[in-house]
Ligand binder design. Structure first.
Ligand code: IDP
Ligand code: MG
Length: 136
């Protein structure tokens, strides 16, 4: 049975800075994830802190928020069959060192913090994250 979902993807500052937007988008589209919405934005640190608030107790939270707000990012709604898991598989492990061959983080990630992409980890969180960036 088909299970079409939407998920939120972010191309993080390290990848935008290295002109990897089109390379990363083409990985999604060639793997049956359609880009329904896309926009380039530059978050304030406060907005990044709100987006990443689930991580507020983590030791890396402050760095994470500084980093996400350090330059322009591209936020996208991806849609397709099992989009949440499909995107997570295309992204690879959080630490590029551990990411599987041909995943985005293996191909482009620099380090655990500069790991090039964000992707929602559940359908519930995808809804919240999409609403955060694309509520009208
Ligand atoms: P995810 O991006 O693979 O879902 P999360 O555990 O949700 O990983 O962490 C969010 C982001 O926080 C990661 O993408 C990474 O950039 C950063 N991060 C996670 N764990 C660490 C860490 O141990 N040190 C530094 N940064 C981390
Ligand atoms: Mg996560």
């Amino acid at each position: 049975m088909s299970n079409i979902e939407q998920t939120l993807s972010i191309i993080k500052p390290d990848a935008v800075e290295r002109n990897l937007i089109e390379n990363i988008k083409s990985i999604f589209t060639s793997n049956n994830l359609n880009i329904k919405e896309t926009k380039k934005i530059h978050l304030t640190k406060e907005e990044a802190a709100e987006f990443y608030s689930v991580h507020q107790s983590k030791p890396f939270y402050d760095n994470l928020c500084s980093y996400l707000s350090s330059g322009p990012i591209v936020v996208m709604i991806l849609e397709g069959e099992n989009a949440v898991l499909s995107n997570r598989k295309l992204m690879g492990a959080t630490d590029p060192k551990n990411a599987e061959k041909n995943t985005i983080r293996k191909l482009y990630g620099i380090s655990i913090d500069k790991n090039s992409v964000h992707g929602s980890d559940s359908v519930d969180n995808a809804k919240k994250e999409i609403n955060f960036f694309f509520k009208n």
